[in-house]
Design a protein. Structure first.
Length: 103
């Protein structure tokens, strides 16, 4: 269960991070070797889980509420399972433990 949650979140977040990456512009056509130049591959790292928690925790209290979790469908769907102490909020530690990809 935990690995499926992590995979779902990782896939959703990876596609969101990739969608935000600017597309490389094509080389100028008047360049002598424009036809042979290849655009450099995008090496921008995906957002890490800590940054995701920080973005979702819009109140900046260090505790994500269910209302804040609604901004991301995978987090909202798995909120109760991630809330291991059942206090109605997710700490960053609970979030990281629940959504860290399986190694």
């Amino acid at each position: 269960m935990k690995s499926s949650i992590a995979l779902t979140l990782a896939a959703a977040l990876s596609s969101a991070a990739l969608a935000q990456q600017p597309q490389p512009s094509p080389p100028p056509q008047d360049s002598p070797n424009a036809a042979t130049q290849q655009p450099a591959p995008s090496a921008a790292p995906a957002m890490d889980l800590g940054q995701i928690f920080d973005r979702l925790n819009t109140s900046h209290t260090g505790k994500m509420t269910k209302a804040e979790a609604q901004a991301h469908p995978a987090v909202a769907a798995n909120f109760d399972a991630a809330d291991t102490n059942h206090d109605g909020v997710l700490t960053k530690e609970e979030f990281l433990a629940a959504f860290r990809p399986a190694q």
